[in-house]
Write a protein that binds this ligand. Structure first.
Ligand SMILES: *Cc1c(COP(=O)(O)O)cnc(C)c1O
Length: 232
C-alpha cells in the first residue's frame, strides 16, 4: 500500500486528470466526485483516504468492509459497489450508507423492507448492465424501470441514480457505448419519474476520461490511487 505522501501525490495527479477531462467536456469539476475503492487493501488504506479528505470509500464485498469499518474513522462513509447477495442484505444495510449495486426488483424490495424494519434510510443506485456484458452484474437496460419502481415503493430508500461497470475491452468505444447507454437510461427514467436521479456512477482508473465526457458524477477509482491489487 502506498505511503500517505505517495497517496497524496496520486490524489493530485488524479484530480489533474479529472480537471482536464472536465474542461474538455465543458463540465464543472465540482459535479464529479472521486470514490476511492479500497477493496483488497487493508483498513489503513480507507483511513488514509479519509485523512486526504475523501468523505467516502467504495468496497465490493460486504464481509470485507464490515471487518474494516470498525478500524476506520467513524466519519468515513462506506459505499457498496459489488454484487449483493440477498442473504447479506441486512449486513450490507448495517455496513454501508450507500448501496450502488441494486440490480433487481427483488433485491430492491428486500432492502427497502429490511431498512424500514431496522429504522434506517439508505441511498441506493440501480446498477445497470449497460454494456450488455454477460460477465457483468446489473439489470438489463430494459428492466431498469421495474427495478426503479420497486425501489421507489419504499420510504426507507432514496434512489440517487444509476451505476454501471463497463465491459473489459481494448477498444475504448466499448466503454463509451456503455456510458452513453447508462446516461440515456438515466435521462429517460428521470423524465418518466420526475426525479432528478442525479448520480451516474461510472468510470474507473482506466476509463475515467470517457466517463466524465458521458456525464459521470462518481468515478470509482482503485488502482490509480492504491496501485495494482494483489491478485486474489
Ligand atoms: C475494483 C472496482 C473499481 C476500481 O477499479 P480500478 O480499475 O482499480 O480503478 C471500480 N468499480 C468497481 C465496481 C470495482 O469492483
Amino acid at each position: 500500500m502506498p505511503s500517505y505522501d505517495e497517496l497524496k501525490a496520486r490524489q493530485e495527479a488524479l484530480l489533474g486528470r479529472v480537471q482536464v477531462a472536465c474542461v474538455k467536456a465543458g463540465r464543472n469539476p465540482v459535479e464529479v466526485r472521486i470514490l476511492p475503492v479500497t477493496k483488497t487493501h487493508p483498513a489503513e488504506a480507507a483511513a488514509r483516504a479519509h485523512a486526504l479528505g475523501f468523505p467516502a470509500v467504495g468496497e465490493n464485498r460486504v464481509q470485507e468492509a464490515a471487518l474494516k469499518r470498525p478500524n476506520c474513522p467513524p466519519g468515513l462513509r462506506w459505499e457498496l459497489i459489488g454484487h449483493l447477495q440477498s442473504n447479506k442484505a441486512r449486513t450490507a444495510l448495517q455496513t454501508f450508507e450507500v448501496i450502488q449495486s441494486v440490480d433487481s426488483a427483488e433485491l430492491a424490495s428486500r432492502l427497502g423492507r429490511l431498512a424500514g424494519e431496522m429504522g434506517l434510510i439508505r441511498e441506493v443506485l440501480i446498477q445497470v448492465n449497460s454494456g450488455d456484458d454477460p460477465a457483468k452484474f446489473g439489470c438489463d437496460l430494459a428492466d431498469a424501470p421495474a427495478v426503479l419502481e420497486a425501489a421507489l415503493a419504499w420510504p426507507s430508500l432514496r434512489v440517487g441514480g444509476l451505476m454501471a461497470v463497463a465491459p473489459l475491452s481494448d477498444d475504448p468505444a466499448v466503454a463509451e457505448r456503455a456510458f452513453a447507454n447508462l446516461r440515456l437510461c438515466r435521462d429517460r427514467l428521470a423524465e418518466r419519474s420526475g426525479l432528478p436521479l442525479r448520480e451516474l456512477s461510472m468510470g474507473m482508473s482506466g476509463d475515467l476520461e470517457s466517463a466524465v465526457a458521458a456525464g459521470s458524477t462518481c468515478l470509482r477509482v482503485g488502482s490509480a490511487l492504491f496501485g495494482a491489487r494483489p491478485s486474489a
